[in-house]
Design a protein around this ligand. Structure first.
Ligand code: PLI
Length: 460
């Protein structure tokens, strides 16, 4: 693994800017109180540096903005659809494409075709919407990521890998008919934006072939994954990212894609595949859930921006800066003694809140408490990936404690400068030095499901 010591400058300059403002400490106290101590309920104008998500929050290029003007808004047979289809085929190699309003729309179409009630959907680690869509079709989501994904401080190059032995055993014991499909999420968001190696993807394909199970990628962050393969996988360092992307996709029968991440767009997604029969079936569902198959819930202009974004995202200058910026944030946090998931992944840095705030029991939500503290300290918005987000175990009614209690600092694409991210590291450093003073929280309002979006709390 190669750690970059100095961040290369970005291969772009700013042409449009959006003013941001740091509220006073008193205003921040009022804002977070009004939001029920939930960063999802803050107004974005009360946020100084917004690291809630890297999804749909990136800056488009001048070429993407120019492409918007060329959108063909025809209901059927839009020229913009054919541009998108050609870009997907060129970059990823899949001939059949169905645009969707965003990534979860693609999950809905795919699972509507492939998942029957009672069947399992296997993933390295399901993202929430993927898990929810599998369940919505009566499926049973199963996570088979490698064990080291759960060891936050342990450094391994590919902590997003599927555990191939467990996958083989699971498919053998469960039987082909009880498994709808296998998915691999690249990069693995739930484990810290950790990449999946090319050799692991090829191994997953071999196991799937042994049992005749289809394999799809959740490709949201495919370019970041390819760049991390180039950096970390022996034998891949001399290759182009575009080539690595095509090798990653070559193992799969298709992919779901949220263009809000590595499509460099503010909205959009697609389902791509090789099988014409599956495509025909998915078109039927597309008409019902998304729109006619040549627009799928998007404007023609959105498809134009996506086509350009897919070509731009595999640019190695862009990726070196993108991944380098995340690495730099991680280095600065390490310098402050803040415990983080190691090594940093592609799209953000994940703070190990359980390790940072050991005085807080899990039922006082340490990672959530840290998001509140970080907002109060510096107007920075992060997101909890921990106990609150995990929800309750339906069988016992208790919190369904996840193995990791993390706070994610997701870095939007082409948005913030190094000095702005440095400010985030400084703020967490200050909190770390007085960490025993960070208070836990309890619910004042707890919604029955997807509770993190609208829950309200009070400090205890
Ligand atoms: O938000 P969507 O519907 O465009 O995409 C859903 C989705 C699917 N897979 C993965 C790995 C995701 O990370 C994902 C969305 N992620 C969000 C919103 C995030 O904040 O990470």
């Amino acid at each position: 693994m190669r750690a970059m010591e100095r961040l290369a400058p970005p291969p772009w300059k700013a042409k449009v800017v959006e003013p941001i403002e740091l509220r006073s400490p008193r205003e921040r106290r009022v804002a977070i109180g009004n939001a029920g101590f939930n960063t999802f309920l803050l107004r974005s104008e009360d946020v100084y540096i917004d690291l809630l998500t890297d999804s749909g929050t990136g800056a488009m290029s001048d070429r993407q903005w120019a492409a918007l003007m060329c959108g063909d808004e025809a209901y059927a047979g839009s020229r913009s659809f054919f541009r998108l289809q050609a870009a997907v085929e060129r970059v990823m190699g899949f001939p059949y494409v169905l645009p969707t309003h965003q990534g979860r729309g693609a999950e809905n179409l795919l699972f509507s075709c492939l998942v029957r009630p009672g069947q399992c959907v296997v993933n390295n680690l399901h993202f929430d919407t993927t898990r929810a869509h599998a369940r919505h079709k009566g499926g049973r989501p199963v996570d088979l990521v490698v064990e080291e994904a759960y060891a936050a401080g342990f450094r391994a190059p590919f902590k997003g890998n599927m555990d191939l032995d467990r996958l083989d055993r699971f498919l053998r014991e469960t039987g082909r008919d009880a498994v709808a499909l296998v998915m691999v999420t690249v990069t693995c968001n739930g484990a810290g934006g950790q990449p999946v190696s090319l050799s692991n993807l090829r191994g997953v394909r071999q196991v799937c072939d042994r049992y005749g199970v289809p394999l799809f990628l959740d490709a949201c962050r495919f370019a970041e994954n390819a760049y991390l393969i180039k950096q970390r996988e022996p034998g891949q360092e001399g290759r182009g990212v575009g080539e690595i992307v095509r090798d990653m996709m070559a193992v799969a029968d298709g992919c779901t894609m949220s263009a809000k991440k590595d499509g460099l767009c503010n909205i959009g997604g697609f389902l791509a595949m090789r099988d014409p029969e599956l495509y025909r079936q998915a078109c039927q569902w597309a008409v019902l859930f998304e729109g006619f198959p040549t627009y799928g819930g998007l404007a023609g202009r959105d498809m134009e921006a996506m086509a350009v974004g897919l070509e731009e995202v595999v640019d190695e200058g862009y990726l070196a800066y993108r991944v380098g910026q995340v690495e730099e944030l991680a280095r600065r946090l390490e310098g402050e003694g803040v415990p983080i998931v190691q090594p940093p992944g592609g799209h953000g840095v994940y703070v190990d809140a359980a390790a940072m705030l050991p005085h807080l029991p899990r039922h006082r939500f340490p990672a959530w408490a840290l998001t509140v503290e970080l907002y109060l300290e510096a107007g920075v918005r992060a997101v909890e990936i921990g106990t609150v987000m995990a929800g309750r175990d339906p069988a016992t009614g208790d919190h369904d404690y996840p193995r990791l209690e993390l706070m994610r600092l997701a870095v939007p694409r082409r948005v913030y400068t190094s000095s702005q991210l440095g400010l985030v590291a400084d703020a967490l450093g200050r909190i770390n030095r007085r960490r025993e003073a960070v208070r836990g929280l309890e619910f004042t309002h707890e919604p029955p499901f997807l509770r993190h979006f609208t829950a309200r709390f009070r400090p205890v």
